[in-house]
Design a protein around this ligand. Structure first.
Ligand code: FUB
Length: 323
């Protein structure tokens, strides 16, 4: 059983957290830009963010729209494409993390600050130093340390980087070589910068070998998310061109992580993107699909459904096409 959260408009890429006792959702805001579809995601030309909150059961309680909380025209360094955002709280301040293209058309990751989880958010004048690519998710560990997980292939430009340096030209490794990994870094105490050089997230197969470039069914493409369940670290992500949401389990926030299965099978629409949140002992998958827009992949709708674990910690796969 799934619920569409905001039937009156198009939103995607949800990140959900509990702040001040309520669920807050930070999505991308899709709209009909008229830009033709291409392999680089130019048709995802989002210009602003809204925040939503739910006070109660996300399957039934009302969804409150807090309106526009940040607009690209107010971000000094950014020009276009406000993609997937996320938010974290520290010492009473709320930090909105978002990717956008800078004046040279390169994706960077920015920060905007508010006194409230529902914004509005004031952007910093520059992106995070050394940031690149898209789809950052910020995870707070039990010891109060914050880690950012980020990266996305193709339109997300991750293939243009190795060892945190820009390449002369984008490069995809051969199919039998380790896949391009997602990246992660601990955040600085002020939440505004990386506290360390970003590191690759290694996902191992059943033989302890890194997943390969040619393993399109399982290798990382975009949409990183990190959550903890029974003391173990679950790194989850989209496989992009094969449209799966998959997960891998590790025993610390840096990994390595061992591939563990699919969370969600293919949905209507090219992209798939999610977050996982536990509230009152029940876990939920927030994600999107393009059913309400008739399959227009750049006009996506937010959904939520319960997510179940087996006693061994594995996740019961959800059918992306089921109602
Ligand atoms: O919303 C734009 C991009 O589409 C996101 O950054 C990706 O994760 C995919 O959902």
């Amino acid at each position: 059983m799934k619920r569409y959260l905001v039937p009156a408009d198009y939103f995607a890429d949800p990140a959900a957290h509990i702040f001040e006792g309520k669920i807050y959702i930070y999505p991308s805001h899709d709209y009909e830009s008229g830009i033709p579809e291409d392999d680089w995601g130019s048709h995802f030309d989002m210009k602003d963010y809204h925040v939503f909150s739910i006070d109660g059961d996300p399957m039934t309680a009302p969804v409150i729209d807090h309106g526009v909380v940040l607009d690209v025209k107010d971000v000094p360094w950014a020009t276009r494409q406000l993609w997937d955002c996320d938010c974290q709280e520290k010492d009473g301040k709320y930090y909105l993390y978002f990717p956008a293209k800078d004046k040279t058309d390169i994706f960077r990751i920015g920060v905007a600050i508010s006194d409230h989880p529902y914004g509005p958010f004031t952007p910093l004048p520059d992106p995070i130093r050394g940031s690149y690519s898209i789809d950052q998710a910020v995870f707070k560990d039990d010891d109060g340390t914050y880690y950012m997980y980020f990266g996305g292939l193709m339109g997300g430009q991750l293939q243009r980087y190795r060892d945190n340096r820009a390449l002369e030209a984008a490069e995809f490794p051969a199919d039998d070589q380790p896949a391009i990994p997602s990246r992660m870094a601990r955040l600085s105490d002020d939440m505004l910068q990386f506290a360390e050089e970003p590191r690759p997230i290694v996902i191992l197969d059943e033989n302890g070998e890194p997943l390969k470039t040619g393993d399109h069914e399982r290798r990382f493409f975009e949409a990183s998310w990190m959550h903890k369940h029974n003391g173990r670290y679950y790194f989850s992500y989209s496989t992009g061109d094969t449209h799966n949401l998959c997960y891998a389990i590790g025993d610390n926030p840096y990994g390595p992580f061992t591939y563990a299965g699919k969370i969600l099978t293919e949905v209507v629409g090219w992209t798939t993107h999610h977050c996982i949140l536990e509230k009152d002992g029940v876990s939920y998958l927030f994600h999107h699909d393009s059913v309400p827009s008739g399959g227009r992949t750049w006009l996506r709708s937010l959904k939520v459904c319960p997510l179940e674990y087996r006693p061994d910690g594995s996740i019961v796969t959800i059918d992306g096409m089921a109602e």
